[in-house]
Design a protein around this ligand. Structure first.
Ligand code: EPU
Length: 430
């Protein structure tokens, strides 16, 4: 069993370098399936979700070569297989991008339903609605989603998304780049990773307009050819470290960021009394005084990101006054609250609303990460708490944060990884 042990209460000081964006990488890597030639993808984060998606491509027959720590060459020219193995696909949410990419490349795909964090229902009906509108037949059975373009090639069309969905927007984009004619996605998601995927595809020869607005137009082209592309910095990783500084106090320069992508997070931290200074590709975050209450509602971009909801909750727990947090994207993203309560947090949850009564101090406790961002929020709570916090199930955190322990230790946090094989045996026997 691997756990993180944190002795809290130490202010942070120094610099943290942000890695490439997880949610861009897990879409751009499958997008290489559409490219005839070698895609050199730079600024790839070293996280287990990326390893999983690269393993799937290799299993399909892609040639994947590591160039250096953050760069891989992916060549999918010789792939002939459109069936994704179940055990690999279930590890991650983003395996659904293989449906759009394989449909675009071969006109057919066999992909198991995706895994990922548990926030209540996570339907993919809007993805399927898009594929069907583009002329594919889609059936689910035998543990697989079977999709096949009726004429062997996807057909451009107009798709109106009933819900703003990041995954459906990007998946339909993948299915459309090599389709016949023009696809128009209305009510599209505008997240930075949607724009990054469009930029990647355009740099390989696609014709996509409007990414970053709510109408995206994709004119199908005959072929994409290889090239070099660098993934954007991770908005949520940067926001997580900004929240860590807010929690622990101190001053940290967070480097390799796009400050524009962080504005929604910066605005809330400023309201809470945290100082944030934007630089060209960095933000300087400082907190010396008390944190003050605020209300937060999560929304699709450019609203406050749902993937920062547990981290902001961690700092609202120690802010003066009562804050109201409203989850506007997922049905059930408060599963971490019981763990925070073990640390002395005062939180009441009613459906999508959490009311947080700030306390003077959290106290260290033994807690379990229940998903990726909740796990990161527990690390933040541990940094702010007095005493020792032990966090189990950290594999959730390592799905999306590269070297979180090293990065935090580098700015003075007292955090270490502890592996206890004895406990692992006990846990299995128990
Ligand atoms: N939805 C539907 N039908 C669909 C698709 C979505 O009803 O076909 C609903 C969902 O249930 C949810 C809302 O629409 O209520 C938004 O879901 P979306 O499709 O945008 O989420 P996703 O693509 O499954 C991605 C990120 C999540 C992030 C959300 C929202 C990846 C791999 N995952 O998920 O990231 O929370 O967008 O921004 O990109 C994370 O990184 O920790 C994470 C969970």
């Amino acid at each position: 069993m691997t756990k993180y042990v944190i002795h809290g209460g130490k202010p942070l000081s120094g610099e943290i370098e942000i890695s490439g964006a997880k949610n861009a990488a897990v879409a751009i890597i499958p997008a290489a399936l559409l490219v005839d030639g070698v895609c050199r993808i730079e600024n790839i984060p070293q996280i287990s979700d990326v390893t999983s998606i690269l393993n799937i491509l290799q299993d399909l027959g892609a040639d994947v070569r590591t160039v250096n720590r953050t760069t891989v060459d992916v060549d999918c020219s010789h792939i002939r297989n459109a069936k994704v193995p179940e055990e690999l696909a279930r590890k991650i949410r983003a395996s659904y991008y293989l449906i759009g990419a394989l449909l675009g490349r071969f006109g057919c795909a066999e992909v198991p339903p995706p895994g990922g964090c548990d926030f209540g229902g996570r339907p993919i009906d809007q993805h399927i609605k898009g594929f069907v509108a583009m002329g594919a037949g889609v059936e689910v059975g035998g543990g697989y989603i079977h999709a096949r373009a009726k004429n062997g090639r996807m057909q451009g069309t107009q798709v109106y998304l009933d819900i703003v969905s990041v995954g459906a927007t990007m998946n339909i984009m993948l299915a459309a780049v090599l389709a016949d004619g023009m696809t128009v996605i209305e009510n599209a998601a505008k997240e930075p990773h949607v724009v990054d995927l469009a930029n990647f595809l355009n740099s390989m020869g696609a014709d996509i307009m409007g990414a970053g607005t709510d109408v995206i137009k994709i004119r199908g082209v005959q072929r994409l050819s290889g090239g070099v592309y660098s993934i954007i910095p991770d908005q949520i990783e940067a926001g997580t470290y900004m929240a860590a500084v807010a929690a622990a106090g101190g001053e940290v320069l967070i480097r390799n960021v796009i400050p524009k992508h962080l504005e929604c997070i910066t605005a809330k931290l400023l309201e809470m009394g945290v100082e944030v200074e934007e630089q060209d590709d960095a933000v300087l975050v400082r907190r010396s005084g008390p944190l003050t209450r605020t209300n937060v509602k999560t929304l699709p971009y450019p609203g406050f990101p749902t993937d920062m909801q547990p981290q902001i909750a961690a700092i609202l727990c120690i802010a003066e006054g009562t804050s109201v947090l409203t989850e506007g994207v997922w049905d059930n993203r408060y599963r971490y609250v019981d763990e925070f309560r073990r640390m002395g947090a005062q939180i009441q949850v009613d459906g999508k609303i959490a009311v947080i009564e700030g306390v003077q101090r959290l106290t260290g406790a033994r807690i379990q990460a229940c998903d990726l961002r909740a796990g990161a929020a527990m690390v933040i709570a541990g940094l702010a708490a007095c005493g020792t916090t032990e966090i189990g199930c950290v594999h959730h955190i390592e799905r999306g944060y590269e070297d979180i322990v090293r990065k935090l230790s580098g700015v003075g946090a007292d955090i270490r990884v502890v592996v206890t094989p004895g406990e692992e045996k006990q846990a299995q026997v128990g």
